[in-house]
Design a protein around this ligand. Structure first.
Ligand code: NAD
Length: 491
C-alpha cells in the first residue's frame, strides 16, 4: 500500500473520498507502487452527480464562445506541460515516451477541435419551408454525462469525449481506469486552473462499482464507455434498461494484409510499429498479418521475424532507450502477463508454429516488471484461439492466403471489426479493400489507421455496441438533442 490515496475532483474541489478499500497503482516496469486508487463509495459518486446536475442549468445557458474560452486555456496548458504529463503517463502505464507524447498531442488536438463548438453546434434554418412558415433545428445540451475509461490511453480516450461534452453545454463526470488514475489527476490540476464553474467537470475514482452507480443513476443522461467488448455489452444493456444515451466501444483484433506488390522494407518497419507499439495494448494495434501468396508469406516471415528479434524490450523511462522510436515496454499488470503467456501456450497446443517466444522475458535491472517479449506464430489458421481472441500483448500471428478475396473474408468473419489495413501499390486492390472490409477504420499503407481528432473514431460489429462514434464532428450528435421548430406569425 502506498502512503498516497488519489483524490476525487468534485464541484471544483479536490476531495479525499470515503472508500470501500483501495487498489494499488503500480509502475508496470518496476513493480513500484505509485499511489492507491480509492474505490469511492456510492455516496461519493452521488455527490459528483449532484454537483454536475446543479451546474448544468447555468452552464447550458452560457454562450458557446464563453464555454470554449476555458478550453483554449486548457490546450495551452497541456502543450506547455506535455513533458510532465507524459512522464506520469509512462510511469503508470508503461508505454514508450514517444508513444506517450503522441498521445498527449492527440489529447490536445481533441481540445482544439472542441474549441470549434460555436460552429459545430450551430443549428439550421429553412426560411419559407412552407408559405410564411420557417423551419429551424436547434442543437441543445442535455444534462449530465459520464465516461468510463480503459487503462491503455489514460489521457487521450477520456478526451475523445470530455471537451466535446463540456463545450456543447453539458456537465461531465469521468471515471478513469482504476489502474491508471494519475494521468487524469495531473491533467485535472490544469483543468482546475482554466476557470470552469464548479461542477461542470468532475472525476470520481474507483472500480466497476463506481461505473455501476453511474449506470444506475436516473440523473445521468448518457454514458460513453471504452474498454473490452464484454463490459461494453453490459454497459449498452444497462443504458437501454435505464433509458440513457450511450456509446460503447469495445475490443479489437486488427488485421494487416500484405499484397505481393507491397513495398516490403517500408511494410516491415510499419508493421513492427503497429504490432509492438504500446506492447500491443492499443485498440488499433495489429496482431494478425495476412500474406497474399506463398512468396509474400515467406518473405514476410523472414523479414518480420528478423526485425522482431531486434526490437528493444525495456523500461521506457530507462534513459538509455528514452529516445528510441520503438521500445516494447511492459504490459499493464502481472495478471495481464500471465494471461498473455497462457494464450501463447494455447497457440502451441492448437498446432500453430511458435517462431519467437516472448514468455519469461526478463529485462536486466527491471526484474519486477511485467515484460513479454515479441512473440510470433506462423502457420496460423482462422478460428484458432490465438486468431479469434484479443490477446492485447506483443503477440503476432502470421497467416497465408491465396487471394485478396480470401483475406477480406477472414477479416469479415472475425468477431471484431475495429481496424484493418492493406499494404499495396495497386489502387484497384486498395479500393476493393476499403469498400469490402467490414472494419470501422481502414488503413492503406498505414499500419495504425487511428483517425485524427477532426474525424470520428470507432469500429464496427463486435468492436462497438452503439451508433455514434467518438471525437470529431459526429460526437456533437451524441451530446446534443435536436429540437425542430416550425413557426409562423400572422400579418
Ligand atoms: P475493461 O473493460 O476491463 O475496463 C474498462 C473500464 O470499465 C474500467 O474503467 C473499469 O473499471 C470498468 N469496468 C470493468 N468492469 C466493469 C463492469 N462490469 N461494469 C462497468 N464497468 C466496468 O478494459 P481495459 O482492460 O481497461 O482496457 C482494454 C480494453 O479496452 C481492450 O479490450 C481494448 O481493445 C479496449 N479499447 C478499445 C478502444 C476502442 O476504441 N474500441 C480503445 C481503447 C481500448
Amino acid at each position: 500500500m502506498s502512503q498516497r490515496i488519489v483524490k476525487n475532483y468534485v464541484n471544483g474541489r479536490w476531495i479525499s473520498p470515503k472508500h470501500n478499500g483501495t487498489l494499488p497503482v503500480t509502475n508496470p516496469s518496476t513493480g513500484e507502487i505509485l499511489a492507491d486508487t480509492p474505490i469511492s463509495t456510492k455516496e461519493e459518486v452521488q455527490r459528483a452527480i449532484e454537483s454536475a446536475n446543479q451546474a448544468f442549468p447555468l452552464w447550458s445557458r452560457t454562450p458557446a464562445p464563453n464555454r470554449v474560452e476555458p478550453l483554449f486555456k486548457l490546450a495551452a496548458l497541456l502543450k506547455e506541460n506535455e513533458e510532465k504529463i507524459t512522464r506520469v503517463l509512462v510511469a503508470e502505464m508503461g508505454k514508450s515516451l514517444p508513444d506517450a507524447r503522441a498521445e498527449i498531442k492527440r489529447t490536445v488536438q481533441n481540445v482544439e477541435v472542441a474549441c470549434g463548438i460555436p460552429n459545430l453546434q450551430m443549428g439550421e434554418k429553412l426560411l419559407n419551408s412552407a408559405p410564411n412558415v420557417d423551419g429551424e433545428v436547434l442543437r441543445l445540451p442535455i444534462g449530465v454525462f459520464a465516461m468510463i475509461a480503459p487503462f491503455n490511453f489514460p489521457a487521450m480516450v477520456p478526451f475523445w469525449f470530455l471537451p466535446y461534452a463540456i463545450a456543447t453545454g453539458n456537465t461531465f463526470i469521468l471515471k478513469p481506469s482504476e489502474r491508471v488514475p494519475l494521468t487524469m489527476e495531473i491533467i485535472t490540476q490544469y483543468i482546475d486552473q482554466i476557470g470552469l464553474p464548479p461542477g461542470v467537470f468532475n472525476v470520481v475514482n474507483g472500480d466497476r462499482t463506481v461505473s455501476e452507480t453511474l449506470l444506475d443513476s436516473p440523473q445521468i443522461q448518457g454514458i460513453s464507455f471504452v474498454g473490452s467488448s464484454n463490459v461494453a455489452k453490459i454497459v449498452a444493456k444497462k443504458c437501454v434498461e435505464t433509458g440513457k444515451r450511450f456509446q460503447a466501444l469495445g475490443s479489437a483484433k486488427n488485421h494487416l494484409v500484405v499484397m505481393p506488390d507491397a513495398k516490403m522494407d517500408h511494410v516491415i518497419r510499419n508493421m513492427i510499429t503497429s504490432c509492438y507499439g504500446c506492447a500491443g495494448q492499443r485498440c488499433m494495434a495489429s496482431s494478425v498479418i495476412v500474406c497474399v501468396g506463398d512468396v509474400t508469406y515467406q518473405s514476410v516471415i523472414e523479414k518480420y521475424v528478423s526485425a522482431s528479434k531486434n526490437a528493444i524490450v525495456a523500461d521506457p523511462l530507462d534513459p538509455k532507450v528514452a529516445n528510441e522510436p520503438i521500445v516494447i515496454g511492459p504490459v499493464i499488470s502481472a495478471e495481464a502477463k500471465e494471461r498473455i503467456e497462457q494464450m501463447i501456450e494455447e497457440g502451441i497446443n492448437e498446432g500453430a508454429k511458435l517462431v519467437i517466444d516472448g514468455r519469461g522475458y526478463e529485462v536486466a535491472g527491471s526484474e519486477n516488471g511485467n515484460f513479454v517479449g515479441p512473440t510470433v506464430f506462423i502457420d496460423v489458421k482462422p478460428g484458432m484461439k490465438i486468431h479469434s481472441d484479443e490477446i492485447f500483448g506483443p503477440v503476432v500471428v502470421i497467416m497465408k492466403v491465396d487471394s485478396l478475396d480470401e483475406a477480406i473474408t477472414i477479416i469479415n468473419q472475425h468477431q471484431y471489426g475495429n481496424g484493418a489495413s492493406i499494404y499495396t501499390q495497386d489502387g484497384f486492390a486498395a479500393r476493393k479493400f476499403k469498400l469490402e472490409t467490414k472494419a470501422g477504420m481502414i488503413g492503406i499503407n498505414i499500419g495504425i489507421p487511428a483517425p485524427v481528432a477532426y474525424l470520428p473514431f470507432g469500429g464496427m460489429r463486435g468492436s462497438i455496441f452503439s451508433d455514434i462514434k467518438a471525437q470529431g464532428k459526429s460526437i456533437i450528435r451524441f451530446y446534443t438533442e435536436e429540437k425542430i421548430i416550425t413557426e409562423r406569425f400572422w400579418d
